[in-house]
Design a protein around this ligand. Structure first.
Ligand SMILES: [Fe+2]
Length: 305
């Protein structure tokens, strides 16, 4: 892990197709009831190879015991919220900024998922659900396919405010959830989940992981002739967000799905290559075409078998 980076690096990112569990540190957090979390993790691990129709995502969910957040948890949330928003006001996509407002993210305290969902679900059908840490890739995709976002609810410690290798609620809710208010992004992410569940071809699994990386995690977008941040790794990281926008060392390429899927990514340092969208409609359209291709491939393979 690179201490320079402020964004989390998921070595076992669900979109990378890994089924390795590494986020068990979350089980020790006071906001998580440990027996419930253990059961949910066991359920997720047991279903790692299940076919789509047998996956039971409800068994992987846990409660958010909001009253157990400490004064330090709220302070960490407040400090990072204020620091990031001061920059994102100018450098964040308006879709992110409007989304954060629409789900009433407040600087004052760690968000309650129930309150976020009460605002989010009527907009796009998406909702966020607490899970006990990393879940296997297929389980992650099964959530997305149902417009549900598996959400980490722990808060990083004050001593690791600038860098945490694992996701926390700041990365997952502050960084990801505001975009779920946008109809095109919402459609893209659901189709992504469905497509990822459809394929068992390792080539396409890897291509889909790259697509996730260069959009959901590290995407840039053109708005009003300016480059803006929307990927959660950039939204939640001061250092990487700034680097993405201004560094002459970054190769900023126009978004092209085939090219994105052909581009390998590196995990442990700032991204040397980034892709820039013109709109989220462009992303949803490209994803729709890719998903159709994957369905066709599966149909052809079934006929051949
Ligand atoms: Fe993420």
């Amino acid at each position: 892990m690179n201490p320079k980076s402020g964004s989390h690096r998921r070595d076992t990112h669900p979109a990378m197709g890994s089924t390795e569990m590494s986020g068990t540190g979350a089980l020790q957090s006071a906001v998580i009831a440990s027996d419930e979390a253990r059961r949910a993790l066991e359920a997720a691990n047991a279903q790692a190879e299940y076919p789509a129709e047998r996956l039971d995502i409800d068994a992987m969910k846990i409660a958010q015991h909001w009253d157990r957040y400490t004064a330090e948890d709220h302070e960490v949330w407040r400090t990072i919220f204020d620091k990031r928003m001061a920059q994102l006001e100018h450098s964040g996509s308006r879709v992110f900024l409007r989304g954060a407002e629409a789900i009433a993210l407040s600087r004052d305290e760690v968000p309650r998922l129930g309150e976020v969902n009460a605002l989010l679900t009527p907009m796009t059908g998406w909702s966020s659900h607490a899970v006990p840490g990393y879940i296997p890739a297929r389980c992650f995709f099964a959530f997305l396919a149902k417009r549900q976002f598996p959400t980490t609810i722990t808060v990083r410690p004050k001593s690791q405010m600038d860098y945490l290798p694992e996701p926390d609620i700041i990365h997952d809710v502050f960084g990801h959830v505001p975009l779920h208010t946008d109809p095109s992004f919402a459609e893209f992410l659901q189709i992504y989940g469905q497509a990822a569940l459809t394929t068992d071809d390792p080539v396409h699994t890897e291509r889909l992981a790259r697509l996730f990386w260069f959009t959901v995690e590290f995407g840039l977008i053109h708005e009003d002739g300016r480059l803006k941040l929307y990927g959660s790794g950039l939204i939640s990281s001061e250092g990487e967000g700034h680097h993405a926008l201004v560094s002459p060392e970054v190769d900023r390429r126009p978004f092209d799905l085939e090219r994105v899927c052909d581009t390998a990514f590196e995990i442990h340092h700032y991204q040397p290559i980034l892709y820039v969208l013109d709109s989220f409609e462009q992303l949803a359209d490209a994803m729709n075409r890719y998903a159709k291709k994957l369905l066709e491939l599966r149909r052809v393979r079934k006929v051949a078998a």
